[in-house]
Design a protein around this ligand. Structure first.
Ligand code: GLU
Length: 430
């Protein structure tokens, strides 16, 4: 769609590549900005990140030699509070991806109305090939390079792909050593004993359960008759599948990076995940059919949860997706080119910036608890998470109805509207 905004302001005309998550994010942003009739000054400010840092990270490897890794931290927006977002370690992470993920954090925090902006970090590395010592030294040096830019009031990192509670503990410790006192609120997703929050580890999966519970009501379905397919078995997919199974859903398929298992009668998820943990693959698991990750997405089901990585649902396979509800566990699992196809098929999309916002919501609770120095019971955390997810789901559906747009567009419009309002109130320091 030709956009007035694009012609006026997009100075760096590039070939639009479907698999570039930043392009996917921008084309949805443009559409929402246009529908909101966003003031051009606000558009000019919100379409770019606030700051992009690129750091080189010398790391002593076990061989005794130094290897220099490349890392990023993109701080997209601070209008509503400190920037917030995870750090991922992957061989193929790049600046455009981190840039998109940082913007998604801004929109995500606005959709669930937590007082944060958005950020994301990444280091180009292959964590599977690195020892614990190498990972620790690389993480500490990365944290040291970011010292001036992160902090409880500035930018609060969290785990993302291939990073975890241990990674956050190292960052917290490095930051604290330089501050000369313990600063737990500099990161979230920490171990519970070091200022982490109960329920944080499960929060993204639990948030997905809460929004799926709301979505199936629209189809007058009960959990038991709802067949769910989950792509991914990590912190989001694995925990999400387990919680869905415990809540009585019929999870008919689940995968890891190598492929998936399928049984139309339902899979015993805790048992399958135990099997995966011990054998490191679903291969050989009995009583199921084996499918590859592409086939898995195209299975007959009621709810599809892509919880692996970006661009899984794209112009190549969107017309073959057969679910009623698409609950996006990953960030950016659907390309912008696929949106239209899904919409035409009548698939109800719970967009990533709502569906997976349970993680950052409990990160917000963790940050609050760290600053109070008073910690909540897990049932309190889960209940507050449920309140947030259900209220945000209903806000989004109301907004979509009021503006006669699909839920993806509504999520962007709602988020941009909130960030734009706050930016206008603060005034642009220009
Ligand atoms: N990495 C998670 C996300 O993409 C969590 C971010 C956070 O808790 O700050 O939402």
């Amino acid at each position: 769609m030709p956009s007035m905004y694009s012609t006026i302001y997009v100075d760096d005309i590039r070939e639009i590549k479907e698999e570039n998550p930043f392009e996917s994010m921008m084309s949805r942003f443009d559409r929402a900005a246009q529908l909101l009739d966003l003031d051009p000054d606000l558009y000019a400010v919100l379409r770019v990140p606030n700051r992009e840092l690129k750091v080189y990270i010398p790391t002593r490897m076990d061989s005794g030699r130094i290897q220099v890794f490349e890392g990023f931290r993109v701080q997209h927006n601070f209008a509503r509070g400190p920037a917030k977002g995870g750090i991922r370690y992957a061989p193929d992470v790049n600046l455009d991806e981190v840039r998109a993920l940082a913007a998604w954090m801004t929109w995500k925090c606005a959709v669930v109305n937590v007082p944060f902006g958005g950020a994301k970090g990444g280091i180009i590395c292959d964590p599977q090939q690195m020892s614990v010592g190498e990972l620790e030294r690389m993480t500490r040096r990365y944290a040291a390079e970011l010292l001036d830019f992160i902090g409880p009031e500035k930018d609060v990192p969290a785990p993302d792909m291939n990073t975890n509670e241990q990674t956050m503990a190292w960052i917290m410790d490095t930051y604290s050593m330089h501050a000369r006192h313990t600063v737990t609120a500099v990161v979230t997703g920490k171990p519970i004993d070091l200022g982490g929050s109960s329920g944080r580890r499960e929060a993204t999966g639990r948030g997905i359960l809460f929004v799926i519970n709301e979505a199936i009501k629209r189809f007058k379905m009960t959990p038991a008759e709802t067949r769910v397919v989950v792509q991914g078995s990590g912190n989001v997919g694995g925990i999400g599948a387990r919680l869905l199974h415990e809540a009585g859903y019929t999870v008919v398929a689940i995968s890891d990076i190598h492929g998936g298992i399928y049984n139309p009668a339902g899979i015993n998820i805790p048992e399958a995940l135990d099997y995966l943990r011990t054998t490191r693959s679903f291969e050989g698991y009995e009583g199921v059919d084996f499918v590859n990750n592409q086939e898995l997405l195209e299975l007959e089901c009621d709810v599809l949860v892509p919880a692996a990585t970006e661009n899984q649902i794209n112009s190549q396979n969107a017309d073959k997706i057969k679910c009623k509800v698409l609950a996006e566990g990953a960030n950016g699992p659907t390309t912008a080119a696929a949106d239209e196809v899904l919409h035409k098929k009548g698939i109800f999309v719970i967009p990533d910036i709502l569906a997976n916002a349970g993680g950052v919501t409990v990160s917000y609770f963790e940050w609050v608890q760290d600053r109070m120095g008073y910690f909540w019971r897990e049932d309190v955390v889960n209940e507050r998470l449920q309140d947030k997810m259900v209220a945000s789901f209903n806000d989004l559906c109301r907004y979509a109805d009021a503006h006669s747009v699909d839920t993806r567009t509504a999520a962007y419009m709602l988020a941009i509207d909130r960030v734009a309002y706050d930016t206008r109130m603060r005034g642009i320091y220009a």
